[in-house]
Write a protein that binds this ligand. Structure first.
Ligand code: PLP
Length: 306
């Protein structure tokens, strides 16, 4: 992986090699941090880098931080401004991924959330696809369960909670699958290791509600709007049973990293025809046009960097 040249670190843009923390840093030891993940899309025709929904991403980032009692003197607009400074320093002319992280910088022993000093850092790297088979992945149902709101809230992007995602992903990949779907404590479909999920049944697109231990995905909201307003399909937020995915006409994952990825097989059972379905196909094409700033109606979701 190409390392960044710069980082936003302790309130300034510094060279990436200066953005270092000590081994005793609280978040490194206890997972008491939160992070975000945004994408920048390079638009060749316009010679422009577009950030997709940066304010929504930084709002969720600050909300995740709030769950961990972190307070910052930054608004989502100010963080977007710092990110633009960073990307202008990097001078990227390619698609990129952006990682903001909020962490407790104290080098102390003692697990807690109070009486600690939070800091924010942001870095960005050039980035393409996140999963191998975006047009037809084979997934399994994980034997792990999604973390519960009363253990570590899944609605926040909490660093330590991603050990749950790491178990899910690695066991799936080692068993020969591309990804896994994980069930929540009630046995309902929650999401993927780092993606939200949509399941088409009898022409209706269903996705788990935010009360089913999912991350409140920004792509999920965008997808729900595009499905309703542009593709004219009905979208319902409801709990989804495990065996419904075996009977679905189409299933896809969505998220900033994965974008829109079709699921063509679950545990060796073909989904629908076993090929990417029409709703997923149309949505993917539309989504890529929207995020690259090519759809005038949704242009305000894309913030130009240069
Ligand atoms: C667990 C989990 N679910 C869903 C998503 C998708 O969220 P978003 O669309 O905001 O990137 C992510 C990615 O950040 C994630 O980590």
């Amino acid at each position: 992986m190409t390392l960044p040249n710069f980082a936003f670190f302790k309130g300034r843009i510094v060279s990436y090699s200066e953005a270092k923390v000590g081994v005793l840093t609280h978040t490194l030891n206890y997972g008491t941090g939160v992070f975000g993940g945004l994408r920048g899309y390079w638009n060749e025709e316009e010679n422009q880098l577009f950030l997709f929904k940066p304010h929504d991403h930084f709002r969720r980032f600050l909300e995740s931080a709030k769950l961990l009692l972190m307070e910052f003197p930054y608004s989502e607009e100010q963080l977007t401004g710092r990110l633009i400074d960073l990307l202008r320093a990097e001078k990227y002319r390619t698609d990129c991924y952006i990682r903001p992280i909020a962490y407790f910088a104290d080098e102390v022993i003692g697990v807690r959330l109070h009486g600690l000093n939070p800091e924010i850092a942001i870095v960005s790297i050039p980035f393409g696809s996140y999963v191998e088979n975006e047009e037809g992945s084979h997934v399994t149902i994980s034997s792990w369960r999604r973390i519960d709101d009363n253990s570590i809230p899944a609605r926040g992007k909490i660093a330590g909670a991603y050990v749950n995602s790491a178990f899910i992903k690695t066991d799936a990949v080692r068993a020969g699958f591309d990804e896994a779907i994980v069930l929540n404590q009630d046995g309902h479909i929650a999401e993927g290791s780092a993606e939200n999920i949509f399941v088409v049944r009898k022409g209706i697109v269903c996705t788990p509600p935010v009360t089913d231990n999912i991350l409140e995905g920004i792509t999920r909201r965008t997808v729900m709007m595009l499905l309703r307003d542009e593709l004219g399909v009905e979208v319902v937020e409801r709990s989804i049973d495990r065996t419904e995915v075996y009977l679905a006409e189409e299933i896809f994952f969505c998220g900033t990293g994965v974008q829109i990825a079709a699921i063509n097989k679950v545990d060796h059972r073909p989904v629908g025809t076993g090929k990417m379905g029409p709703i997923t196909g149309k949505l993917r094409t539309l989504y890529f046009d929207v995020v690259k700033g090519r759809v005038p109606k949704y242009r305000e979701m894309c913030l130009p960097v240069y």
